[in-house]
Design a protein around this ligand. Structure first.
Ligand code: DP6
Length: 371
């Protein structure tokens, strides 16, 4: 518990002011995948990507940033109450950029307190089990950047802040915006045009739903960062994917979203996930993210579409075995019905659920997400 002064502002034991801001950032799930860096230091990608940001109420990171003249250095970060290193180059790139923006404000207005010189205390928590094995770095870095930008009262827009979050984790730049978000790869060497762009707000297509099927709670074998670098270096298919397959998919996807064309959206999403995993398989040594249970989820989606006689659902997989199924609210019964045994009766992630697709490589558990 923190004490407060007469103006109800938090103060610490020495009577020094503690400045604080809290925020949340949601997870985003790409339908056109980022895979490959042309500049690993600045996190500049070899292709543009596009994702759907999930609703804040579902999978999100909550972060509180505080600073005070009485805090002793260095800056610290707690994730789900566990101390985390903050000295890595990516975190440092974010903190340095945010401090530079604050410091510029302070030099134009000397009445502002010199927050940029105070040590930071950051505390983050995910509202989903970290053990669910879902990529959390996107929401994590987006929340970190947003919380410090709020603490520093920075005037920069979410798109401008996406340039900073990108340096933490590429996919994080897309979590600064809601709805349907592109990350344009950009062409400049300093990366100042490699940032998030709103393709359409959530309200444009609010019927979109995402069903998350957790296949494995285990940490993935090959991290995205390492995996994509090996792909760039060794996959003969990679060049075609980055220069031809993805640019075309980006154009088609933006058209499908603009026209709210679900079959188009779904076809591109599935083809794109398959292209990405084919490129992983084409890497030397090959990277296997999908397992038998993932493939059973693909079969499940194919069965849904066959039964419906049209494309009602689309699967996509990131750098791990877990499946995300996109569908429209009106098809909730058709899609959720097909995966009913994995959804269970209660909301949540309890272990008894999910007996439908059980294999040596995992048990499916599912949860419906708003987008
Ligand atoms: C397969 O953003 O985690 O999820 O920039 O190295 O932190 P770094 O990689 P990261 O990669 C995400 C890869 C992906 C596709 C995507 O989200 O676009």
């Amino acid at each position: 518990k923190t004490a407060t002064n007469r103006r109800n502002e938090p103060i610490d034991m020495n009577g020094d002011h503690v400045y604080r801001a809290s925020t949340t950032a949601p997870v985003n799930i790409a339908v056109i995948k980022y895979w490959g860096k042309r500049d690993p230091r600045l996190n500049l990608p070899t292709n543009s990507s596009l994702s759907v940001t999930l609703s804040q109420s579902d999978l999100r990171t909550h972060t509180t940033a505080s600073c005070s003249p009485s805090f002793s250095p260095p800056d610290t970060l707690l994730l789900n109450a566990q101390p985390q290193p903050l000295s890595d180059a990516r975190s440092q790139a974010c903190l340095t950029s945010l401090r530079a923006l604050r410091s510029a404000l302070e030099s134009t207005d000397p009445s502002l307190p010199p927050l940029s010189s105070y040590p930071l205390r950051l505390s983050s928590a995910n509202n989903f089990p970290t053990a669910a094995g879902l990529a959390s770095s996107a929401a994590g870095f987006a929340a970190l950047v947003r919380a410090i930008a709020d603490l520093y009262q920075l005037p920069q827009s979410p798109t401008e802040l996406s340039l900073i979050a990108r340096q933490g984790s590429g996919s994080a730049c897309r979590s600064l915006l809601g709805g349907y978000v592109a990350w344009d790869q950009g062409t400049l060497l300093d990366g100042t045009d490699s940032k998030a762009r709103l393709v359409a707000p959530r309200s444009h297509w609010p019927e979109m739903r995402a069903l998350i099927l957790v296949v494995s709670a285990e940490k993935k074998g090959v991290s995205s960062t390492t995996g994509m670098q090996t792909t760039v270096q060794t996959s003969p298919m990679f060049q075609t994917r980055a220069t031809q397959v993805v640019p075309r998919a980006m154009r088609e996807m933006e058209t499908a979203i603009a026209g709210k064309d679900f079959p188009g959206f779904a076809k591109i999403t599935m083809r794109e996930s398959n292209s990405f995993h084919a490129t992983c398989l084409d890497t030397d040594p090959p990277i296997f993210y999908l397992n038998d249970v993932s493939r059973a989820a693909i079969k499940g989606v194919e069965a849904v579409n066959e039964k419906a006689g049209r494309i009602a659902a689309a699967y996509t997989f990131d750098a791990g075995p877990n499946c995300v199924v996109y569908y429209l609210e009106e098809d909730g019964d058709v899609v959720a019905g097909a995966f009913k045994t994995v959804l269970g009766e209660k909301e949540g992630w309890t272990g008894e659920q999910g007996k439908a697709v059980k294999g040596a490589e995992g048990v499916l558990q599912g949860k419906v997400m708003e987008t």
